[in-house]
Design a protein around this ligand. Structure first.
Ligand SMILES: [Zn+2]
Length: 485
């Protein structure tokens, strides 16, 4: 098959294509299980395979895709025909940033293939967790498991040949309860880094899940009898369970280069960031260094090579508060540099990914991380805070379409008075303007406070593409933030 694909790429080049690539997915499997109050509500097993072909002809993309590989010449010819038709209506000719063609293999670390684990063992795990969650105060309990396994073979007309084997596991527990006024509250645990470097079934660490099941039930019961979060302006301490969302929505999405160039305006939204801002915008305080790091081995934001065939990288986005980088792919860096009339981006950041063989790659977050700081542990940061609030667990989110403002609700919060955690409050919320908020960053926890969140469901693109990625974030503290409104 690989030989036939290469022959077709050569044939398109001979027919006048400037560039061609193919993403052949021999197999992609998805397995999703959901248990609700002890009942197995969903058990889904999906399997698909196929090929997606991209062609550039006179500055225009053409694309075709199919599951049926019996007529490769027809399929490749269709992609070229589509590019030829589109070439009559080009407004900005597509150019791809240079890259080195590589012949390589990548496999995400996996010790136990989750697709070889018996169905009964997965259900037994969820039943066990459900029993642990079945405690006083809990009126709904949810356990979910998602497994992904795919093989992708990428070939292009520049000589790249890359084979990837990717396995992912996502899992979570959630409890809901009602307070005396009949209002619903919730608390959850979502599997992230568990100390190992692996992403297979072995990352379902029963002991860790059991501990966290106990903790979320305990914390839910604290929320159920808590007072309302005050309306106030306070110092806010974000735990990694909400820092990941803060980072995702107000650093990750606004720094996707296609959004900055206006390509997502019709759906996901734009960005307050302009091309003039790179190298000068003070995005945050000096304590803020953020990066797109696709080289962490133990997270779905690391995938070896992107769908342009560019190796994964560790790119600084914000350096001690100054905006210096973006989430980029080969096409957008060329367009951004041309539109800016200068070289902002030296090369592709390796962030172009497609969710399936039948979708085209677009710029996606990898692992958008905040570097740990020098302000010690969570306890150190609390001790150093006069009037504050500690927030954890995302519950609601509302974000300006250009990511310039945000309002987030969390599952739980603890007030801080004179360096001590005092009481839990319910319905906590906080809000801010993105740049002003990051500039108020006054403390960043050390390595001991960092957790990696695994995110299974970031949506973007038309038609929609759901992508997996990650965020490594320490505990962070921000000043003068409006809460409880
Ligand atoms: Zn997202």
């Amino acid at each position: 098959m690989l030989q036939q694909i290469k022959q077709q790429i050569d044939r398109l080049r001979a027919l006048g294509a400037d560039y061609a690539d193919a993403r052949w997915v021999p197999v992609e499997e998805n397995n999703y299980l959901l248990m609700w109050n002890g009942n197995l509500k969903e058990a889904v097993l999906q399997r698909e395979s196929g090929i997606g072909i991209r062609v550039i002809y006179k500055g225009a993309w053409g694309f075709s895709a199919a599951s049926d590989l019996s007529d490769l010449p027809g399929l490749f010819g269709k992609a070229l025909d589509n590019a030829k038709a589109a070439s009559h209506r080009v407004t900005f000719p597509v150019r791809l940033a240079d890259k080195e063609a590589v012949k390589a293999k990548f496999a995400s670390p996996c010790q136990i293939n989750p697709f070889q684990v018996p169905f009964g063992e997965k259900v037994a795990f969820m039943q066990n967790m459900d029993e642990r969650l079945n405690q006083a105060g809990v009126f709904q309990r949810i356990a979910d498991l998602t497994f992904v396994r795919k093989q992708i073979v990428f070939v292009d007309s520049e000589g790249s040949e890359i084979e990837k084997h990717v396995t992912e596991v996502f899992a979570g527990l959630q409890v809901l309860g009602q307070d005396s006024q009949g209002e619903t509250h919730e608390r959850k645990f979502v599997l992230g880094r568990n100390g190992s470097l692996s992403r297979g079934w072995e990352s379902i660490d029963r002991e860790k899940f059991a501990e966290n099941a106990e903790r979320i039930v305990r914390e839910l019961n604290m929320v159920l009898v808590a007072d309302q979060c005050p309306k106030d302006e306070r110092t806010v301490i974000l735990l990694p369970g909400i820092m990941w969302l803060q980072t995702h929505e107000t650093i990750g999405h606004p720094l996707e280069l296609d959004r900055i160039l206006g390509y997502e305006l019709a759906y996901a939204g734009g960005s307050f960031v302009t091309l003039d801002d790179f190298g000068s915008l003070r995005y945050g305080s000096e304590k803020l260094t953020a990066r797109a790091d696709a080289t962490l081995p133990n997270t779905p934001g690391s995938f070896g090579y992107d769908d342009d065939g560019v190796p994964c990288q560790n790119t600084v986005l914000i350096d001690k508060g100054i905006l210096v980088g973006a989430i980029t792919g080969r096409q957008m860096v060329e367009e951004a540099n041309a539109k800016a009339g200068k070289t902002i981006f030296a090369s592709s950041g390796g962030c172009n990914r497609a969710s399936s063989f039948y979708r085209v790659p677009i710029e996606r977050m990898t692992n958008i991380n905040i570097d740990p700081g020098q302000d010690g542990t969570l306890d150190d940061i609390i001790r150093d805070t006069e009037r504050g609030i500690v927030l954890d667990g995302e519950r609601s989110w509302s974000i300006g379409s250009n990511r310039e403002q945000f309002h987030f609700g969390t599952e739980i919060a603890w007030l801080v008075e004179d360096g001590e955690r005092t009481k839990v409050v319910k319905n906590p919320t906080y809000q801010g303007d993105t740049v002003r908020f990051w500039n108020s960053l006054s403390a960043v926890g050390d390595e001991s406070t960092v957790e990696v969140a695994w995110v299974p469901n970031c949506g973007k693109g038309q038609p929609n593409q759901v992508m997996q990625l990650g965020h490594a974030a320490p505990v962070c503290r921000f000043e003068n933030v409006r809460i409880g409104e």
